[in-house]
Design a protein around this ligand. Structure first.
Ligand code: ZN
Length: 296
């Protein structure tokens, strides 16, 4: 049988695709802890060398760019977060954590969360379900061994969420996912229409440093906007979240944001956030736990 084209699908087929993983009830709480007006969830995906490795690029040049993320970027990020007393979530591919075990220990020592981000930044959609499951379990074991705590959250590498990711996430008993984009506020994930109890802490390319600030894209060098311009977009996102008494979630990468000129822009953004009353800085895990409690 030849495969049907999308315009030939019957209603049951297209509804089935849409229903596989869907946003359920909103978990936007009536209030944040201590009467805070906004929750600020900063996250850093510590991909480092795995971006090159998973593409099979083993040349020292590309790997050095990744090394910068751990050697320089992550150090600067840690110092900045300490200055603002802001706990954050660090999503680490297991191979990245194995290459930089001291980095994992430093995150834990500073009170940050370490969570899952694949084995070697693999693309889930390209994997057999059994391989995706095996890599996820190995990644969780590795992070547990290095950080001392079993991870409770997952961000799929490059937000590549396969048809099997949610089943694996549920089997592992994870509290939350942070790879999908159906809302600005936390929500519960549905699997084929059924509530899963898994919290989604939604992400967005708008609130990610890579689309704006990754100089090399698809093998081409491109001009990037000034970092302060990018931070201005994020500032507008934060101000609106404050107005809506919602969540401001941000995704960054130590190897991208960790450069001097960019850290200056991030510092200014955090100064703006910190100047507001009623800001709750929390890890993704803390937010997922809180919104579930409020909903109970
Ligand atoms: Zn990543």
């Amino acid at each position: 049988m030849t495969e049907q084209q999308p315009w030939q699908w019957d209603e049951e087929t297209w509804r089935g695709h849409v229903a596989r993983v869907r946003a359920g009830r909103s978990l936007h709480p009536a209030s944040w802890p201590g009467g805070a007006r906004v929750a600020v969830a900063l996250s850093f995906d510590c991909d480092h060398e795995t971006i090159a490795l998973r593409a099979g690029e083993t040349g020292p040049g590309k790997l050095a760019q990744g090394e910068y993320g751990s050697r320089v970027g992550a150090r600067r990020v840690l110092r900045l977060l300490e200055r603002f007393g802001a706990p954050a979530s660090f999503f680490m591919p297991a191979v990245s954590a194995l290459l930089h075990p001291e980095e994992v220990r430093d995150y834990v020592a500073a009170g940050h969360e370490v969570a899952m981000h694949g084995w070697i930044h693999e693309s889930n959609a390209l994997l057999e379900p059994a391989d995706e499951r095996d890599l996820a379990l190995r990644a969780a074991d590795t992070l547990e061994k290095l950080s001392g705590t079993r991870p409770v959250g997952i961000r799929t590498p490059a937000w590549d969420f396969s048809d099997h990711t949610l089943a694996i996430t549920r089997e592992m008993g994870l509290l939350y996912d942070s790879s999908l984009m159906a809302d600005d506020e936390p929500y519960e994930l549905l699997a084929d229409g059924e509530p899963t109890g898994v919290v989604e802490i939604p992400v967005e390319w708008i609130r990610d440093d890579v689309p704006y600030l990754l100089l090399e894209f698809d093998g081409m060098l491109r001009a990037c906007p000034p970092p302060r311009e990018v931070a201005g977009i994020w500032r507008d996102e934060f101000d609106a979240a404050l107005d809506e008494r919602g969540l401001f979630q941000l995704t960054m990468h130590p190897q991208v944001i960790g450069h001097r000129s960019r850290m200056a822009a991030l510092r200014e953004l955090l100064e703006h956030i910190d100047a507001q009353k009623g800001v709750w800085y929390a890890t993704h895990a803390q937010i997922a736990q809180y919104v579930l409690q409020q909903d109970a």
